[in-house]
Unconditional design. Structure first.
Length: 131
């Protein structure tokens, strides 16, 4: 069996999608807690807090939709679409990490799972299958 067809690779992608959905709901319902993943200071002024909460709603919605795209592709059984969705997921994690790195801290909260998402996406796309 090619590694791209192995059930564990498929389940890893589905789990990653589910985790993204959970992170998204966390950002929407607990924006102050979600900010800890970026290690940014949460504002205390009411006007700034309101703006940051809205930004976290956008971030949460992004995570939910990306996670759902992985889950939907996985449930529909399209490994190529799931693989590209996972690479998209990993790109998001890499970019979030770069933003945190440029801020001086918090990057490993994103770079810790970015390689896993990249690897799962590449495996699903058959990049490591033997002919």
């Amino acid at each position: 069996m090619p590694i791209s067809q192995h059930p564990l690779v498929h389940y890893a992608a589905l789990a990653s999608g589910a985790i993204a959905v959970v992170f998204g709901f966390n950002a929407i319902f607990r924006p102050e807690h979600a900010m800890t993943f970026f290690e940014f200071d949460y504002p205390t002024a009411p006007a700034e807090k309101s703006v940051m909460d809205k930004i976290m709603y956008i971030y949460g919605t992004r995570d939910i939709l990306l996670g759902l795209s992985c889950i939907i592709a996985g449930v529909a059984g399209n490994r190529k679409t799931l693989g590209w969705s996972m690479l998209n997921f990993s790109a998001m994690a890499w970019v979030d990490g770069i933003i945190c790195y440029n801020n001086g801290h918090g990057h490993w909260n994103h770079w810790g799972y970015a390689p896993q998402a990249t690897l799962v996406g590449a495996l699903l796309l058959g990049w490591f299958d033997r002919n």
